[in-house]
Design a protein around this ligand. Structure first.
Ligand code: L34
Length: 297
């Protein structure tokens, strides 16, 4: 018997590079019109994972020629001060996009902060106006992680149209908006979508039906081989830090999927790191360029 080949590894890193090259051309065209896209990146407190993600976002801005405006605030910043900053950024014509990295410290009401961002600068797509537009199928800023998952599927040759996409996780950041995107009529959509979560009964029976399985529950290696069918395409959104004393950092990154086990059955799978993470960042850049283009009209 021939040796079974492993799954195709869907490299988010590589796809992100391609999209970034496309963006660089657009940014160059905007610059000829003296328009430099600007992104305000707001970080409150010192969550170590958030610090890494925010650094990656700022570095990518730099690489592409987007102006990034850093606002690092201490963990004890009041909600009022943060709202004041957002009001200033809303009014600043150099700032086309505003990103407030989540999670925020517990004493700050996240939704109140998101509601304060001008929907035309809401490059995360978290403002209720943009969430509503997404559900209605109107043009809007697409939330970065769900948009990244969709692009990754389309550009890797796994069109979700007519497929059963099962999403594990129902967060406002990933699960809910991704369900809306994949069920949307038209390119990148037309899937039959099932959303599962921590209270779902017989979860494995449902995940076993997935043609495309998206794991976004934030639990390391939650999805096991027995929970998927042969030939499934897997998008692993999880970025979990698990203790690993053999590493200098003291931890390693792992997704929400048992990569090794599931690889025996999957047709294709995203790695962690190097999968959805770089796509999230790239979609943020794409939204920022779109915001600048619109502001210049
Ligand atoms: N406001 N908050 C707001 N917008 C977002 O879109 C996010 N998200 C999530 C958390 N909070 C947010 C992100 O930016 C998750 N997220 C994110 C961004 C980048 C990466 C992971 C999550 C990333 O760069 N991941 C790398 C590994 C990074 C590492 O070494 O830790 C990867 O290759 O997966």
């Amino acid at each position: 018997m021939p040796a079974k080949r492993g799954p195709k590894i869907i490299s988010g890193k590589a796809v992100a590079e391609t999209i970034q090259e496309e963006l660089q051309a657009e940014i160059a065209a905007l610059k000829k019109r003296k328009l430099v896209p600007g992104l305000a990146v707001v970080l409150v407190g010192e969550d170590p994972a958030s610090e890494v993600y925010v650094r990656n976002k700022r570095l990518t801005c730099e690489k592409l020629g987007i102006n990034s405006y850093a606002h690092d605030l201490p963990a004890n910043t009041t909600e009022k001060r943060l709202l004041n900053l957002i009001a200033k950024l809303n009014a600043d014509p150099k700032v086309h996009g505003i990103l407030v990295q989540m999670p925020l410290p517990k004493h700050i009401d996240e939704q109140r902060v998101l509601n304060a961002i001008d929907p035309d600068k809401d490059v995360d797509g978290f403002h209720p106006v943009n969430v509503g537009r997404l559900l209605n199928g109107e043009p809007c800023f697409l939330p970065c992680t769900p948009a990244g998952c969709q692009e990754l599927l389309m550009r890797s040759g796994y069109d979700p149209a007519g497929k059963h996409a099962v999403i594990v996780g129902r967060s406002n950041i990933v699960g809910k908006p991704l369900a809306a995107l994949l069920m949307q009529k038209g390119p990148g959509g037309d899937a039959t979508v099932t959303v599962c979560h921590s209270r779902t009964k017989h979860l494995a029976r449902i995940t076993q039906q997935a043609d495309i399985l998206i794991a976004a529950i934030g639990m390391p290696e939650f999805v096991k081989a027995r929970m998927v069918k042969e030939g499934v395409v897997i998008i692993d959104v999880g970025v979990n830090r698990v203790e690993d004393k053999t590493r200098k950092s003291g931890y390693r990154l792992t997704g929400d999927v048992d990569f090794k086990g599931v690889s025996k059955k999957a047709r294709a799978i995203t790695p962690v790191p190097g999968g959805v993470g770089p796509m999230t960042i790239t979609m943020l850049m794409k939204n920022t360029v779109a915001a600048a283009r619109r502001a210049g009209k």
